[in-house]
Structure formats: C-alpha cells, structure tokens
Design a protein around this ligand. Structure first.
Ligand SMILES: [Zn+2]
Length: 160
C-alpha cells in the first residue's frame, strides 16, 4: 500500500502535467484547475476502506480496491460527457475520478496489490516492485518535487 500523499499528489501532478503542458489549446486550458482536486480525491478514494474499518471492522484494507468501480466511473463519464450542470462538467468529473481511482490501483499494484478483480477473481496479479520500506521516502521525494514545481511553474511564494 502506497501512502496517501503519494496517491493524492502523484495523481494531481500527472493530471496537472497533462492539463498544463499537453492539453493547452489556443492558449486556453481544457479544464479549470479545481478539477485537479477531483483527480486527487479519486486517487485517494479506494483507501476509504480504512475509514470504513474504524466503524465497521468486517471491512479490511483492500476491500474497496476494485477494478470494476473505476470502469463504472468511466461509464458515468461517457454517460454525462459534455453535460454541464451548475458549472460542473460531470463527464469530466467522473473521468478524473476514474483516472484517479485506476491510478491508485496501479500504484498499489507496484507495492504488491490487492484482489482487484473481486468478485470475479480472487487472484493477486501484482508483484511487489517497490518494497514498502521505500514508501515514506517516496512520499518525501514526491512532496518536495511537487513543491519545487509549484514554485517554478506557479510562483507559490507570491501567496505568502
Ligand atoms: Zn490503496
């Protein structure tokens, strides 16, 4: 299990890189910056089973790490694509939630993974590519790189 900071920040950074450097069209971004938070929430959402476990001990960590939930978010994105209501593009909202969700599973897969394909299969398909010993260091490096990027690209010290 990769740590929360890694899930949130890495998801936000990757979607922000896409938004900032790849999706600029005629000097205009494809979507406002606040959607990055939605991607970050999606990036953390599968770990909600930890919070549920505080109240309902039958739920164990990994229970919500289900591949099909990401597919449901993508289906909702297709269903609501280009449908704006109350200034929210719900298609984009669900797409980013799905991307965050799937990226969470990918990162956890690098750390050994869970039974992502329940209830269809209880097989573990992941190998522990990154030993959990490195997760705290990974968090620190990602946080530092993100802060450097924010300062470099968005001049965050101007806000202090
Ligand atoms: Zn997880």
């Amino acid at each position: 299990m990769v740590f929360a900071v890694t899930h949130v920040i890495l998801t936000i950074v990757l979607v922000d890189i896409f938004r900032h450097y790849l999706s600029k069209h005629k000097k205009k971004y494809l979507f406002p910056r606040w959607y990055l938070i939605i991607a970050g929430i999606g990036g953390l959402l599968p770990d909600i089973d930890i919070v549920v476990n505080w109240f309902y001990s039958n739920v164990i960590h990994g229970d919500f790490h289900l591949f099909w939930v990401g597919l449901v978010f993508f289906a909702l994105a297709a269903l609501f694509w280009k449908k704006k209501k109350h200034h929210v593009d719900w298609g984009l909202f669900f797409l980013l939630l799905g991307i965050g969700w799937m990226f969470h599973l990918f990162l956890d897969c690098l750390g050994g993974g869970y039974k992502f394909f329940l209830p269809f299969s209880d097989a573990l398909f992941c190998k522990e590519w990154i030993p959990s010993l490195y997760f705290p260091h990974l968090d620190a490096v990602i946080l530092l790189l993100w802060l450097i990027h924010e300062e470099w690209a968005k001049k965050i010290k101007d806000y202090f």
